[in-house]
Design a protein around this ligand. Structure first.
Ligand code: M6R
Length: 637
């Protein structure tokens, strides 16, 4: 949440900051601001609302400064008003700070600083930081908690270090001061912060897409590190002031990935990228030369035996759409690999963990790799398992993420990348499908190891996986126009119900979440068999019901549940097998998908629901890629 950018070099900073904020706007869009330092002036411009408002304010302002910071905000403390927009400054407006995260002890710091005469102008937690730095610049701490005081290099750095040591919470910071016009300071503590290395110029950002157009050489800070960027280079320190040796890595992201490429919205582009994403996953994780006779696993996970062998349980921790993908994962892990599996909301698990189970694989699923609850739940689990005297409780931790450069990869020793490429639309689409693919590979690998399915069945499922990209293309080609037309009927609908069973129950949840988050229509997903235990009371002719009814163990059951809804006058939309007479008789509108093995069907059934939610939101004229109140990665609790 919140996007941070910073620049020091030879070019006009404000242009680079605004370009960076454009690529980070998906992280928060309540307000935006920049502060630059040049010719003895700290110039700050802020605007409420979307970035375009800030751009309008900056138009015509000549600002040749070569140093600056910028921010796009997702409000936590204080309403989304201009006076709460970042950057925040100290009383004398000599220091400017942007923050992503939460400063938990800001109230006591604010009182302390107010008592010393500092004047506050916002309702935010962030504002304590520039005041604290100003205080330490004027009155360095008497007993600095460091044996390496940094005053010789820079009193700004040392004051910032002292200030940071007073902060409690999870945060990333970028800071400039008009009194130190050759320094950009950045800090990471439980919130992401990357530094880009150019020629005589350096960049910082809370996410790499903002840096990508300028350089592929990127250093991701670790928790507890602060860095000083000058035109000469980058120095990294820990919070005690010790200098650390750090080198940038080369990114393999491509700037083209963060362009719409002719699509009206990123979400639509990302829906259309799904066949390619599935192909990449297959190329990465399937052994192309495998056949039934080869006597080895068809899957290349590159994970150690100690992680996967002799498992008694799996527990999966995730939030939002990743939680839905994990429910599909649970179905596969239990039904294919025969491993009892629980899926927990990370936000619940971290405060009420289940008693430790023996020989358990813990999987954290997060597309961003930055979700605060998921990271905290994983960290807690790792700590309590490491502390257990019973070696059967030893931690076995795996991450599934689309960002292998994220905080998740620093936290857990093993990671499966989901290979979807960067996702900009706030509503997750292609990364969901890629998470499903990760669960197919993991469950088939475990099934192979545990011999829970025959090699003929394994071969059948592998062949089914290989067909998916072409089948996804078919769904997209055949449905785009029809779904667009169908969406006209729901411009004024206020409630939707999604139903599914078995492996498609999580797809009903995902369909409802997609519709809620981008169209603001109230939607609920239910296991179809549960409707008559209460929710059926909601149904009448004004509440459409979307049922996922694909061939398999529960097909007829879902059709019956759909009939029950129809008997209550609900308009029925069916995600159904192509050319199926029973489905044609039952539903008012059909969203057909190719007939595939029931276990593989979620990869296809989710697509019409993504398209439906996209077109309803677009039809209502809503901001599909940046829905209200949301942010792409939820880096606060
Ligand atoms: O990055 P993560 O997968 O950890 O994100 C979890 C949720 O915040 C995320 O899936 C959210 O629900 C999406 N907006 C769904 O489209």
């Amino acid at each position: 949440m919140c996007g941070i950018v910073g620049y020091i070099g030879t070019r006009a900073a404000s242009k680079i900051l605004v370009e960076g904020l454009k690529t980070l706007e998906y992280r928060g869009y309540d307000s935006a601001g920049v502060a630059t330092v040049g010719e003895g002036i700290l110039q700050r411009t802020r605007a409420k609302g979307k970035l375009i408002n800030l751009q309008t304010k900056l138009e015509g302002l000549e600002d040749p400064a070569h140093l600056g910071i910028g921010h796009t905000r997702w409000a936590t403390h204080g309403k989304p008003e201009e006076h709460n927009a970042h950057p925040h400054t100290d009383t004398k407006e000599r220091i400017a700070v942007v923050q992503n995260g939460i400063i938990e002890n800001y109230r006591e710091l604010r009182e302390e600083l107010k008592a010393k005469g500092h004047q506050f102008r916002s309702d935010t937690d962030t504002e304590v930081i520039p005041h604290l730095i100003a205080e330490y610049l004027q009155n360095p701490a008497e007993n600095p908690d460091s044996d390496t005081v940094l005053t010789e290099q820079s009193s700004f750095l040392e004051a910032a270090r002292q200030a940071v040591n007073r902060l409690k919470g999870a945060f990333a910071l970028a800071m400039v001061s008009v009194d130190f016009p050759d320094e950009l300071l950045v800090v990471r503590q439980q919130a992401p912060l990357a530094i880009g290395f150019g020629q005589g110029e350096f960049f910082c950002a809370s996410d790499t897409p903002a840096i990508m157009p300028y350089t592929q050489a990127v250093l991701t800070l670790e928790n507890g590190e602060l860095a000083r960027l000058t035109r000469m280079g980058v120095e990294v320190y820990d919070f005690t002031g010790h200098r650390l040796k750090k080198k940038p890595q080369t990114l393999n992201w491509n700037p083209i990935m963060v362009e719409k490429q002719g699509f009206k919205h990123f979400m639509l582009k990302e829906i259309y990228e799904q066949p390619g994403v599935v192909r990449t996953c297959l190329e990465t994780y399937l052994d192309t030369s495998w056949d039934q006779q080869s006597g080895r696993s068809p899957i290349n996970l590159n994970l150690p035996n100690a992680l996967l062998d002799d498992l008694e349980h799996i527990q999966i921790l995730a939030c939002g759409t990743s939680w839905h993908a994990s429910l599909v994962g649970k179905y596969l892990l239990e039904q294919v690999a025969n491993v009892p599996t629980v899926v927990q909301y990370a936000s619940e698990f971290r405060y009420a963990p289940a008693p430790l189970m023996a020989n358990t694989l813990t999987i954290g699923v997060t597309q961003s790799g930055e979700t605060a609850d998921t990271l905290a739940a994983l960290e807690m689990e790792q700590t309590r398992r490491s502390a257990s005297c019973d070696e059967r409780h030893a931690p076995r931790m795996l991450g599934i993420t689309n960002r292998v450069d994220s905080s998740l990869s620093r936290l857990v020793p093993h990671v499966m990348g989901t290979m979807a490429g960067i996702e900009i639309g706030v509503a997750a689409t292609k990364t969901f499908v890629a998470q499903l693919m990760a669960f197919y590979f993991l469950s088939l690998e475990l099934a192979y190891r545990r011999q829970t399915i025959s090699s003929a069945r394994l071969a059948e499922l592998i062949e089914g996986l290989r067909q998916l990209p072409a089948q996804l293309e078919l769904v997209l080609e055949s449905q785009e126009r029809y779904v667009e037309e169908l969406s006209h009927d729901f411009a004024d609908t206020t409630d939707f119900i999604f139903i599914g069973r078995g492996i498609n129950y999580p797809i009903a949840l995902e369909g409802a979440l997609k519709l809620k988050e981008i169209s603001y229509i109230h939607a609920e997903g239910y296991p179809a068999g549960e409707m008559k235990h209460g929710p059926i009371a909601l149904l009448d002719e004004k509440v459409p019901v979307v049922a996922i009814a694909t061939p398999g163990t529960v097909y007829e059951k879902v059709l019956s549940n759909a009939q029950e809804a129809k008997a209550r006058d609900a308009r029925l939309i069916g995600v159904v097998p192509m050319n199926d007479a029973d489905a044609e008789d039952t539903f008012d509108a059909l969203l057909p998908v190719p007939i595939v093995d029931e276990l593989l069907s979620p990869v296809l059934t989710v697509v019409p629901l993504q398209l439906l939610s996209y077109h309803i939101a677009a039809r209502r004229g809503l901001d599909v890629d940046q829905p209200r109140n949301l942010a792409k990665s939820v880096t606060v609790e």
